[in-house]
Design a protein around this ligand. Sequence first.
Ligand SMILES: Cc1ncc(COP(=O)(O)O)c(C=O)c1O
Length: 390
Amino acid sequence: MRPVGSDRIAGFGTSIFTEITALAVKHEAVNLGQGFPDFAAPDFVKQAAARHIRDDRNQYAASPGVPRLRAALADDWRRLYPHARAVDPASEITVGSGATEMLHDAVMATINPGDEVIVFEPAYDAYAPDVAMAGGVVRAVPLAPPDWRFDPERLAAAFGPRTRALILNTPHNPTGKVFARAELEVIADLCRRHDALVISDEVYSEILFDGAAHVPIATLPEMFERTITIGSMGKTFSVTGWKVGWTIAPAPLTAAVRAVHQFVTFTNSAPFQEALADVLPAAADNGYYPQLRADYARRRDLLARVLRGAGLEPLPIGGAYFLLTDIARLGYTSDADFCRKLVTEIGVAAIPTSVFYARPDSAPPVARFCFAKKDETILAAAPRLAKLRR
Ligand SMILES: Cc1ncc(COP(=O)(O)O)c(C=O)c1O
């Protein structure tokens, strides 16, 4: 019998998140691996969804997204970036099934077979498979610890006649790096010179620390017209299971994204889209965002204390909800071995960051711990991690 899978998916395998989660369940580990909150979602968010389900907003939504939601997203863009170009909700916003679908749609909509796509490594695990499904080729440019800067010359050298796009992620998973405006200007300048698009994954845009500012690359001069900005409600409102994501892009790019979206999912859940339309203006009014950042700063500090107690010094971060630690200090050379031992013997799940590299052996030995967790969850890891010292 012929292999059942297409050539396109050869090598995709099972994601490390699935493997570590299964090990965490089997060994009853404290799960600081996968990036989702284990605390309750905010009441005003849950009530909005319940209301729209009760009010029977339960049939197919318009394919590009519920009009009220697209209007609310355009308003939010104006509120957050008042000096940037305004966004037209009718022709420049598309809503789909989480950032995951929107990344896939954006790549399929713009990448031809043989096109090159630049990504910074470590890279979120969906980017390379999306590019592979489109027949494109990834060109990786490293971010170097501890501050995860890129070498501008190395980035410039990655651009060539086949470069079609660059995938950016800021705030960055897994490193917590928030790209500074000066870094974005270097990227933007190269993209303009080489006529390359930017697919900018900004799902952690609201989770920022110590005064770090999130700058969408689309707000830089002449960048809106070549950028697809991707957002998601999952991280911002602690509802990763709702899967509402969106793209903001100029009309021609939006038309291309919608051409894919209509045949991938056509539309996503109507009541959750209606809910987000209520939640966005409410959150801007009720002090939700400063509270979100204060809560995450507290959880970050708590996890940092727990890690330090185990001899694991966390690297500094500007955003997102992960802390990374160099595990070479504990004598490990492979972060995958460390994380397998951690989950099976110590009883704590973390993610080896080498899985965010095309060539895992080129990665620094660093483990990722998620602090989108209740205080009790983080504290439950403390006595277990302390065993590492022995
Ligand atoms: C960088 C990044 N992009 C995209 C996603 C997926 O977002 P969504 O749940 O909205 O599909 C995640 C989720 O972990 C992420 O970390």
